[in-house]
Design a protein around this ligand. Structure first.
Ligand code: ADP
Ligand code: MG
Length: 134
Protein backbone atom coordinates (compact mmCIF):
# COMPACT_ATOMS: atom_id res chain seq x y z
CA UNK A 1 0.00 0.00 0.00
CA UNK A 2 0.98 3.60 -0.18
CA UNK A 3 2.73 4.53 3.04
CA UNK A 4 2.69 6.55 5.21
CA UNK A 5 -0.64 5.50 6.68
CA UNK A 6 -2.09 7.48 9.57
CA UNK A 7 -4.67 6.46 12.15
CA UNK A 8 -6.02 7.42 15.55
CA UNK A 9 -7.33 4.87 18.00
CA UNK A 10 -7.85 3.96 21.60
CA UNK A 11 -5.51 1.79 23.64
CA UNK A 12 -7.25 -1.40 24.74
CA UNK A 13 -6.20 -4.31 26.92
CA UNK A 14 -4.53 -7.21 25.21
CA UNK A 15 -3.68 -10.61 26.53
CA UNK A 16 -1.62 -8.97 29.24
CA UNK A 17 1.23 -11.25 28.39
CA UNK A 18 4.09 -11.06 26.03
CA UNK A 19 4.70 -7.34 25.95
CA UNK A 20 5.89 -6.33 29.39
CA UNK A 21 7.41 -9.71 30.13
CA UNK A 22 9.59 -9.32 27.07
CA UNK A 23 10.58 -5.82 28.13
CA UNK A 24 8.56 -4.46 25.27
CA UNK A 25 5.05 -3.33 26.27
CA UNK A 26 2.76 -2.84 23.30
CA UNK A 27 -0.26 -0.57 23.29
CA UNK A 28 -2.97 -2.62 21.58
CA UNK A 29 -5.28 -0.59 19.37
CA UNK A 30 -9.07 -0.82 19.36
CA UNK A 31 -11.28 -2.53 16.77
CA UNK A 32 -11.94 0.61 14.72
CA UNK A 33 -8.24 0.81 13.87
CA UNK A 34 -8.15 -2.85 12.88
CA UNK A 35 -11.29 -2.63 10.76
CA UNK A 36 -10.08 0.42 8.87
CA UNK A 37 -6.59 -0.90 8.17
CA UNK A 38 -5.83 -1.00 4.44
CA UNK A 39 -6.39 -4.62 3.42
CA UNK A 40 -3.10 -4.88 1.60
CA UNK A 41 -1.07 -3.80 4.63
CA UNK A 42 0.65 -7.09 5.31
CA UNK A 43 1.06 -8.74 8.67
CA UNK A 44 4.50 -7.85 10.00
CA UNK A 45 6.58 -5.32 11.91
CA UNK A 46 6.62 -1.65 10.93
CA UNK A 47 8.23 1.57 12.10
CA UNK A 48 6.87 5.04 12.33
CA UNK A 49 5.90 7.82 14.70
CA UNK A 50 3.19 8.04 17.29
CA UNK A 51 1.71 10.96 19.15
CA UNK A 52 0.44 10.45 22.67
CA UNK A 53 -0.64 13.14 25.14
CA UNK A 54 0.86 15.82 22.93
CA UNK A 55 4.30 14.20 22.76
CA UNK A 56 5.81 12.47 19.76
CA UNK A 57 7.62 9.15 19.90
CA UNK A 58 9.21 6.82 17.46
CA UNK A 59 7.39 3.54 17.40
CA UNK A 60 7.83 -0.08 16.42
CA UNK A 61 4.48 -1.56 15.49
CA UNK A 62 3.19 -5.00 14.69
CA UNK A 63 0.23 -6.16 12.69
CA UNK A 64 -0.48 -9.73 13.65
CA UNK A 65 -3.14 -12.36 14.04
CA UNK A 66 -4.97 -12.42 17.33
CA UNK A 67 -4.88 -15.83 19.02
CA UNK A 68 -7.84 -14.71 21.16
CA UNK A 69 -10.00 -14.81 18.03
CA UNK A 70 -8.68 -18.04 16.50
CA UNK A 71 -6.33 -15.94 14.35
CA UNK A 72 -9.28 -14.59 12.34
CA UNK A 73 -8.88 -11.08 13.63
CA UNK A 74 -5.83 -8.87 13.39
CA UNK A 75 -4.08 -7.06 16.20
CA UNK A 76 -2.29 -3.75 15.94
CA UNK A 77 0.26 -3.21 18.70
CA UNK A 78 2.50 -0.21 19.20
CA UNK A 79 5.67 0.07 21.27
CA UNK A 80 6.48 3.69 22.05
CA UNK A 81 10.25 4.02 22.02
CA UNK A 82 11.67 5.87 25.03
CA UNK A 83 8.33 6.17 26.78
CA UNK A 84 8.86 4.93 30.33
CA UNK A 85 5.68 6.14 32.02
CA UNK A 86 2.85 4.11 33.43
CA UNK A 87 -0.06 2.37 31.75
CA UNK A 88 -2.31 4.39 29.49
CA UNK A 89 -5.23 2.10 28.73
CA UNK A 90 -8.25 3.95 27.36
CA UNK A 91 -6.15 6.85 26.04
CA UNK A 92 -6.10 8.02 22.44
CA UNK A 93 -3.05 7.61 20.29
CA UNK A 94 -2.30 8.82 16.77
CA UNK A 95 0.24 6.96 14.69
CA UNK A 96 1.86 7.24 11.29
CA UNK A 97 3.18 4.02 9.81
CA UNK A 98 6.20 4.92 7.72
CA UNK A 99 7.83 1.70 6.61
CA UNK A 100 8.02 -2.06 6.78
CA UNK A 101 10.70 -3.76 8.88
CA UNK A 102 10.05 -7.49 8.57
CA UNK A 103 7.51 -10.22 8.23
CA UNK A 104 6.03 -11.98 11.24
CA UNK A 105 7.67 -15.23 12.14
CA UNK A 106 7.84 -17.62 15.03
CA UNK A 107 11.10 -17.90 16.87
CA UNK A 108 12.75 -21.03 18.16
CA UNK A 109 13.40 -19.52 21.57
CA UNK A 110 12.48 -16.58 23.76
CA UNK A 111 16.04 -15.34 23.41
CA UNK A 112 15.78 -15.23 19.63
CA UNK A 113 12.49 -13.37 19.90
CA UNK A 114 14.04 -10.84 22.28
CA UNK A 115 16.99 -10.34 19.93
CA UNK A 116 14.62 -9.75 17.00
CA UNK A 117 12.57 -7.25 19.00
CA UNK A 118 15.71 -5.36 20.06
CA UNK A 119 16.75 -5.18 16.40
CA UNK A 120 13.28 -3.98 15.34
CA UNK A 121 13.47 -1.21 17.94
CA UNK A 122 16.93 -0.16 16.73
CA UNK A 123 15.64 0.05 13.15
CA UNK A 124 12.56 1.97 14.28
CA UNK A 125 14.70 4.31 16.37
CA UNK A 126 16.70 5.30 13.32
CA UNK A 127 13.62 5.44 11.13
CA UNK A 128 15.01 3.44 8.27
CA UNK A 129 14.73 -0.20 7.43
CA UNK A 130 17.01 -2.04 5.09
CA UNK A 131 13.96 -3.48 3.44
CA UNK A 132 11.72 -0.55 4.17
CA UNK A 133 9.09 0.12 1.56
CA UNK A 134 8.04 3.71 1.27
P1 ADP B 1 -1.48 -5.78 26.87
O1 ADP B 1 -1.53 -7.22 26.53
O2 ADP B 1 -2.64 -5.34 27.74
O3 ADP B 1 -1.33 -4.92 25.66
P2 ADP B 1 1.34 -5.27 27.43
O4 ADP B 1 2.22 -6.13 28.27
O5 ADP B 1 1.56 -5.31 25.95
O6 ADP B 1 -0.18 -5.60 27.81
O7 ADP B 1 1.48 -3.78 27.97
C1 ADP B 1 0.84 -2.77 27.25
C2 ADP B 1 0.51 -1.52 28.06
O8 ADP B 1 1.67 -1.01 28.69
C3 ADP B 1 0.03 -0.42 27.14
O9 ADP B 1 -1.36 -0.51 26.87
C4 ADP B 1 0.38 0.82 27.94
O10 ADP B 1 -0.70 1.16 28.79
C5 ADP B 1 1.60 0.41 28.78
N1 ADP B 1 2.90 0.92 28.31
C6 ADP B 1 3.88 1.38 29.15
N2 ADP B 1 4.96 1.77 28.47
C7 ADP B 1 4.69 1.55 27.15
C8 ADP B 1 5.44 1.78 25.94
N3 ADP B 1 6.69 2.29 25.96
N4 ADP B 1 4.86 1.43 24.76
C9 ADP B 1 3.61 0.91 24.74
N5 ADP B 1 2.85 0.69 25.84
C10 ADP B 1 3.39 1.01 27.05
MG1 MG C 1 0.17 -5.28 24.17
Amino acid sequence: PLLPYRFTGEVVRGFGRGGKELGCPTANMDDSVIENLPEDLAVGVYYGNACFEGKEYKMAMSIGWNPQYQNEKKTVEIHLIDYFGGDFYGKKLTAVIIGFIREMKSFASLEELKTAIAKDIEIARHGTAEHGKL
